[in-house]
Write a protein that binds this ligand. Structure first.
Ligand code: NDP
Ligand code: CA
Length: 329
């Protein structure tokens, strides 16, 4: 696989296993809600011009269309109906959108509606079996955060997979809430992947031990949590058998990137790893990963900028189904 050349990125990780079936390209990106970027975030080093939607939207679309992912998970989408849904539909994507119940965008004058999560997939590659729109709970109480989960069927091979996108509660001081939201999401994912497997004979039977009884899973999103947080540990150690794809970019294969977001607010500079692509490691191999731009590429004013339209970086990987004989024991 050779990606189009893009001066912003290079490819660092490539698994050298032979490909039997075409891999699945997955992209996740917190694209920065337009109302929040202009009205709430306070990116003091970002020129106001760089936040102008009429131009910024083309940078976002350019990045998506450079890579043409098969599955696209977006967070902070507040231009779904007028931009992403119609444009990506014309390019062959099916999509669904779930706004936050009380989007902070609505507090901004001249907002474009609530922000939320959106999940897109290429119709040529998948058919849709099931969609769940989840409002995440914490300690039984509904929260302001959501997730979309879809069960897809590969048109070419008939294999099933579940894909989820979420955007957990932001800010420090909310670690326990994120942990509880993560636990709630994991519980829903367990139910959805088991149910999907129940109607799919290919997903039952001995599949290499724990974590592979359900339909294989990919979970993308802005978890608003560093790898040291409880919610990260919960995902890492869940019975769903998930692992984080971007660890494979590191020399030891065990370390997350140093940052997935980097911004300067009046309160100071914030450089952190908050975004993840989780995958069922019993069912998928990660074949390629899009590298994270260097500090020099990002530049001294950090994100967003004239070159990078969001304060978060996009994550992108190619995964493929393991052959049954390759499944780990
Ligand atoms: P979050 O705390 O999860 O954050 C919302 C957005 O703010 C995120 O997209 C986040 O971006 C961004 N953000 C994070 N840190 C900062 C920062 N330091 N400065 C500016 N923006 C930041 O929001 P909630 O979903 O909990 O909603 C909170 C807001 O929603 C309230 O402030 C209120 O405006 C509104 N609200 C209104 C209610 C009502 O009854 N009307 C009820 C509930 C909420 P990222 O994820 O990229 O970090
Ligand atoms: Ca944000």
């Amino acid at each position: 696989l050779v990606y189009p050349a893009d001066p912003k990125h290079q490819h660092q990780y490539r698994n050298n296993e032979q490909q039997q079936t075409p891999s699945i390209r997955v992209m996740t990106w917190n694209i920065l809600a337009q109302a929040l970027g202009e009205g709430k975030d306070g990116f003091v080093q970002c020129p106001l011009d760089a936040l102008n939607w009429a131009e910024r939207k083309y940078l976002i679309l350019e990045e998506i269309l450079t890579y043409r992912p098969d599955i696209l998970c977006l967070q902070e989408v507040d231009h779904y109906y007028d931009t992403f849904q119609p444009i990506l539909a014309s390019l062959g994507y099916h999509s669904t959108f779930l706004p936050k119940p009380w989007s902070p965008c609505l507090d901004v004058a001249s907002n474009n509606g609530p922000d939320g999560c959106a999940l897109f997939y290429r119709r040529a590659r998948f058919s849709l079996l099931h969609t769940s729109h989840l409002r995440l709970s914490a300690m039984m109480l509904p929260t302001n955060q959501v997730a979309i989960v879809q069960t897809l069927r590969c048109r070419e091979t008939g294999q099933r997979l579940c894909v989820a996108v979420t955007h957990l509660k932001a800010r420090s001081g909310w670690e326990r809430l994120r942990g509880a939201q993560g636990a709630d999401l994991l519980q829903s994912l367990k139910a959805i992947t088991s149910r999907a497997a129940g109607s799919d004979p290919a997903s039952r039977g001995p599949g290499g031990g724990s974590g592979t009884e359900g339909v294989p899973l990919i979970v993308c999103g802005d978890f608003n949590a560093e790898p040291s947080e409880d919610v990260y540990r919960r995902f890492m150690s869940s019975p769903l058998g998930l692992d984080s794809a971007y660890k494979l970019l590191s020399a030891d294969g065990q370390t997350e990137p140093a940052y997935t977001t980097w911004k300067i607010r009046p309160s100071g500079e914030s450089c952190s790893t908050l975004d993840y692509i989780w995958y069922s490691h019993g069912a998928f191999t990660v074949d390629t990963l899009l590298d994270i731009p260097t500090e020099e590429q990002i530049g001294p004013d950090r994100l967003p900028s004239y070159h990078y339209p969001s304060d978060h970086l996009s994550l992108l990987c190619d995964v493929s189904f393991r052959e049954p004989r390759d499944q780990p024991h």
